[in-house]
Structures are given as structure tokens and as C-alpha cells.
Design a protein around this ligand. Structure first.
Ligand code: DAH
Length: 340
């Protein structure tokens, strides 16, 4: 046994532990219930009294040495700095975090709503899944209007009709049903049409609708609002022109062109050499629409306008293919990193 005690003494003197966990494992190895030194004590109990006399002291010394050494190792481990933390250079500047980019449609939609909010318009939203009343009937669409056809509209169910809205004009009805004038709202949102997908058409796209209803709202107010919007959006030299048009929900109705922002109105392939590009539809809210929504058309009048966000985005950024807006190609999206 004395040889074992001497060997263990040497072994314990040379123990090291890099952390508290290792030190604890050593305690268990030597001093635990099934530890090496504990086992020696058990053997010791069986010895004759002579042997006990000679071995008792060295065995006790071995136990004390092990207890001291391991306590020392634990202390040292507790004081040593965590090597991982010590390796960190806390004075270094943080690694640059790649920022996401805003989708071009969001950039332009935000710009449109910001321009109208400067004129006092507030944002209103409505559901994309709609009924016939909000999308067509309340807006003065005739029973046999082609837009109600399966070819143009995605129906979810028929009779009563549940459908994907084909325009954001439905939000006009949603607001007017519950609010009396003055109403000054801007309604951005996604719309759906049953179109074959190509570079120039898609089955979903985005619109922004504006509606202003109050006493004495006139076509001059509409024109001034359009002028303000066009110059804010496309620059101070932008000219506008209104062409008579037809929409069921406005009377009179017009389409607005702006002077081509690529060639400044001189004529280029983008504007098909006319110098003008169409950007939105507008008009004075038809009295039938006001009445359908519970607004007295003798007391109040209003104007409405609606535009496609993809169209405005194309004009600003010359995106040639509509499909790029929904493909989520990072190379395309990252081109808008520095855009507002
Ligand atoms: N809703 C029309 C469309 O989807 C756009 C439109 C035209 C909206 C004239 C209007 C408006 O508010 O007055 O094409």
C-alpha cells in the first residue's frame, strides 16, 4: 500500500485543471464515494494493527494533500478569465450588418401616400376578399358590366358573390358607409384581375385610391390636387393633361397624362413619341355612389382618383417587366438599397 500512496502523492502533486468542471471531476476521481483514495481507506480498515500504525499517517496525509490540491485548482479556475471572453476585442467596431432593402412597390406607395398626407388625406384600408356590393354595385356598375365577368374577376364563390377585389375603389364604399363628410382618404392596396401573366400584365398588382367628399368640392379642386401630386412625384417641370373618359363611379370622368418624364415631352419610344404618358383615372364622384353609401348628394360633392403603383414605379425606375416585382430576385431588389 505504501507504494500506491507514494505513486498517488506524486500524481496529485502534478494535477492541473483548466476549468472548474475538470477540477470537480478530479475530486470525484480521488475523493468521491468510489474514489481511489476512498478505496484505500476501505482497504486500510481490513489491515492488522501493525500495518495500520505505519500506514495511517501517510494515508491521511495523502487525503489532505488531495483535498488541498483540488480546492486550489477550483480556486484558480474560478479566478481565471473565461478564455472565450478574453479572446474578444471589445474595442473593435461591430461587423457591418447587411440591411434589407425596401421593395420598389413599397417605396413608391409610401411616396404617394406621403404626398397626399401633406394635403390632409389619411390612410384607409379595406379587405382584399370582397363582395359584389363594395366592388361593383355600390359603385354604379351596371348589372351586365364586363368587369363582373369571370374572365376579368376572380370569384371565390357565386350567389352571393365573394370575389377578390379588382380595384381599391371598394374602400371608398367601405369608408362612406360609416362616415359622413368631410372625408379625405387615401387607400393603398393590392388588387386582383383574371389576366394572363406577361411582361405587361399580372393577375395581381397595387393601386392607390384617393377620395375627397365635402361641401362644394369641384373639378378645380381635383385638378389642383392632381397638379400637386404630379409635380411632387415627378418634379416641378411636369405638366399634366386631362382627357375625357368613362368610369361608372365618376361623372364626369377623366384620365390624366403627365409629360413623359424620360424625354421631357419631346417624344421617345417610352411615350410612343407622343410626349405624354397616362398615369391615372379620376373624376367627380357620381351622385348615385354618394346616395348608395348614405351621403346626401344635394349637400355634398366629391372627387376620386385611382392609380396603379406598378405604373408609377415603372415611370420612376423604368422597370421593363412587371413580373420582376413578384419574382423576389435579390439582384433586382438590391438595386433599390439607396432609394427612399
Ligand atoms: N378603379 C379604377 C380602376 O381600377 C381606377 C379609378 C378610376 C379610380 C377613376 C377612381 C377614379 O377613383 O375616379 O381602373
Amino acid at each position: 500500500m505504501i507504494d500506491q500512496i507514494n505513486a498517488l502523492t506524486a500524481e496529485i502533486n502534478s494535477l492541473t485543471a483548466s476549468d472548474a468542471q475538470t477540477a470537480e471531476a478530479l475530486r470525484i476521481k480521488y475523493l468521491g464515494k468510489k474514489g481511489v483514495i476512498t478505496a484505500l481507506f476501505n482497504e486500510f480498515k481490513e489491515l492488522d494493527s501493525d500495518s495500520k500504525r505505519t500506514l495511517g499517517k501517510p494515508l491521511n496525509e495523502l487525503k489532505n494533500l488531495a483535498a488541498e490540491k483540488i480546492a486550489e485548482l477550483k480556486d484558480a479556475a474560478a479566478q481565471a478569465p473565461d478564455t472565450e471572453v478574453a479572446a474578444l476585442d471589445l474595442s473593435r467596431t461591430a461587423a457591418p450588418m447587411p440591411l434589407g432593402t425596401r421593395h420598389p412597390i413599397s417605396i413608391v406607395r409610401n411616396e404617394i401616400t406621403a404626398i397626399f398626407s401633406r394635403l390632409g388625406f389619411t390612410i384607409a384600408e379595406g379587405p382584399e376578399i370582397e363582395d359584389d356590393w363594395h366592388v361593383f354595385s355600390s359603385l354604379n356598375f351596371a348589372e351586365d358590366h364586363p368587369a363582373r365577368d369571370m374572365q376579368d374577376t376572380f370569384f371565390i364563390s357565386r350567389g352571393p358573390d365573394v370575389l377578390l377585389r379588382t380595384h381599391t375603389s371598394s374602400v371608398q364604399t367601405r369608408v362612406m358607409e360609416h362616415t359622413q363628410p368631410p372625408i379625405r382618404i387615401i387607400c393603398p392596396g393590392r388588387v386582383y384581375r383574371n389576366e394572363a401573366i406577361s411582361a405587361r400584365a399580372h393577375c395581381f398588382f397595387h393601386q392607390v385610391e384617393a377620395l375627397y367628399v365635402d361641401t362644394d368640392v369641384s373639378f378645380a379642386d381635383l385638378r389642383q390636387t392632381l397638379m400637386y401630386f404630379a409635380t411632387e412625384m415627378f418634379g416641378p417641370d411636369t405638366r399634366i393633361r386631362l382627357r375625357p373618359s368613362y368610369f361608372p363611379f365618376t361623372e364626369p370622368s377623366a384620365e390624366m397624362d403627365i409629360s413623359c418624364n424620360l424625354c421631357g415631352g419631346k417624344g421617345c419610344s417610352f411615350c410612343k413619341h407622343t410626349g405624354w404618358v397616362e398615369i391615372l383615372g379620376c373624376g367627380m364622384v357620381d351622385p348615385n355612389v354618394l346616395e348608395a353609401c348614405g351621403i346626401d348628394s344635394h349637400k355634398y360633392s366629391g372627387f376620386a382618383l385611382g392609380m396603379g403603383v406598378e405604373r408609377i414605379t415603372n415611370l420612376k425606375y423604368q422597370v421593363k417587366d412587371l413580373r420582376m416585382f413578384s419574382e423576389n430576385d435579390k439582384r433586382f431588389l438590391e438595386e433599390f438599397t439607396s432609394a427612399r
